[in-house]
Design a protein around this ligand. Structure first.
Ligand SMILES: Cc1ncc(COP(=O)(O)O)c(C=O)c1O
Length: 439
């Protein structure tokens, strides 16, 4: 068995090389990475540190980050303000149970979230990850209808090509084919799927497909769940605000709740603080996570209206049936408070617009390439969709050789960089994409 000794970094190049091999061997033999095989894993790169938009590998190479650690590190890494928020909180307490106790970081964060989201969202449930916040949202919807005496309303309607997380209820509303969870068919709750949103330039869309399903099934549907404006991990698809407006109206008409999953899109990624603002609608239940803590710690929140909170409370024991051990972790809440302040104090709208303009200009030439099906940009998200899935190992190596960290999946090569990225750094990301796709 190999031993991993961090002090070796101060030693000779030879020792460092052997440490690197040992560490990577141990990692490969013992640790699962996301969606990987234990016996035939793809290579991983050992990271020593990260600063601003740069990731420093243990072998000395430096990569410009194009992923924001999956939508989360919006202010970049090792940010002095966020570091300090954690250090200050650490001196008081890193964690305390939330059953029967509360603390200022959670109260301040709840106030901030209530302030920056729709006026109707007044109640907050903190949990430890995006997937769990989706579980909680689904529970809220089901418990609400249960309290109304409508116990048959327990199914979810959603659209194809969505992604809402990897826990069981969350998996049940991911795309049943490409949502990475098709092997669980028959085990997951069977939900109702409309086609993925399609919008035409004149504003018309395939929302009538949702209407048909609601008309037929509304008595058994508790809620519609959807990622507003941008469908993330299920295909990096963008759709129009009119679709969301029509969806809101249909939910009202058929008496079903609307859950908006802003876990990926929240905190300015699409150009507005929350993507739903572009459609000028309000959710009955809203999930946020990822960039909530600026990518520092795992934290998510599920928010809802007074009508739903009171509805749930009127039933039986009146309690919402959830309570994770690390609920409202004070370190996570405190860094979230600082991250939201940092964002709101910055000229984020201008910055996202600049990133969007640059992505448009520098990625659009990819549409001329033979292997490319589509190029699209929304806010600080740039997507190059290929005709065929990428060879991940090969393209990853080429991107790392170009000095960038971009993690493609299936036929998607996409970036969503930290908002602090400079023009020349963003150009390095886009030119690396153009270069690896040019054969
Ligand atoms: C829209 C959306 N919902 C939910 C999740 C799940 O969040 P987590 O990975 O924190 O559980 C993700 C993660 O990618 C997401 O993009």
């Amino acid at each position: 068995m190999s031993t991993v000794n961090t002090s070796v970094f101060e030693q000779t190049a030879e020792l460092k090389e052997s440490y690197l091999c040992d560490a990577l061997d141990y990692d490969r033999d013992h640790i699962w990475h996301p969606y990987t095989s234990m016996t035939k894993p793809l290579p991983t790169y050992l990271v020593e540190s990260a600063q601003g938009v740069k990731i420093k590998l243990a072998d000395g190479r430096e990569l410009i980050d194009g992923m924001s650690s999956w939508w989360s590190a919006i202010h970049g890494y090792n940010h002095p303000v966020l570091n300090s928020a954690i250090e200050q909180q650490l001196k008081k307490m890193s964690h305390i149970m939330f059953g029967g106790l509360t603390h200022q970081p959670a109260i301040t964060l709840a106030k901030k979230l209530v302030d920056i989201t729709s006026a109707s969202l007044q109640h907050v449930f903190f949990s430890d990850s995006g997937s769990v916040s989706v579980e909680v949202a689904i529970k809220m919807a089901i418990q609400y209808w249960h309290a109304q005496g409508k116990k048959d309303k327990h199914r979810l309607l959603t659209v194809r090509q969505g992604y809402h997380g990897d826990t069981f209820a969350a998996m049940s509303v991911c795309d049943p084919v490409n949502g990475m969870h098709s092997m669980f068919k028959g085990i997951l709750a069977e939900q109702i799927f409309a086609p993925a949103p399609e919008c035409l330039p004149d504003g018309s869309s395939n929302i009538h497909k949702v209407e048909e399903l609601l008309q037929k099934n509304h008595l058994s549907i508790a809620a519609v769940i959807i990622e507003p404006i941008v469908q993330g991990a299920g295909g990096m698809r963008f759709y129009c605000q009119q679709y969301l407006q029509d969806l809101r109206a249909l939910c009202n008409q058929y008496n079903v709740l609307l859950i908006l999953d802003e876990i990926a899109t929240g905190f300015a990624r699409t150009g507005t603080l929350f993507a739903y603002e572009q459609a000028d609608i309000e959710a009955d239940i809203l999930c946020v996570g990822k960039a909530l803590t600026g990518g520092y710690l795992s934290l998510a929140a599920t928010m809802t209206t007074t009508k739903i909170a009171q509805g749930i409370s009127a039933d039986g024991s009146g309690v919402l049936m959830h309570g994770p051990t690390f609920m409202a972790n004070p370190l996570a809440c405190q860094v979230a408070n600082s991250s939201i302040d940092l964002l709101l104090q910055s000229s984020w709208a201008e910055k996202i617009q600049q990133i969007e303009n640059q992505l448009m200009k520098e990625l659009m030439p990819c549409s001329e390439l033979a292997m490319v099906r589509d190029v699209r940009v929304k806010g600080a998200i740039g997507v190059v969709e290929l005709k065929e899935p990428v060879d991940l190992k090969q393209i990853q190596e080429k991107l790392v050789e170009q000095g960038v960290w971009i993690r493609p999946f299936n036929q998607l090569v996409y970036i969503m960089p930290p908002y602090i990225i400079e023009t020349d750094e963003l150009s390095k990301l886009t030119s690396a994409i153009v270069s690896v796709l040019t054969v």
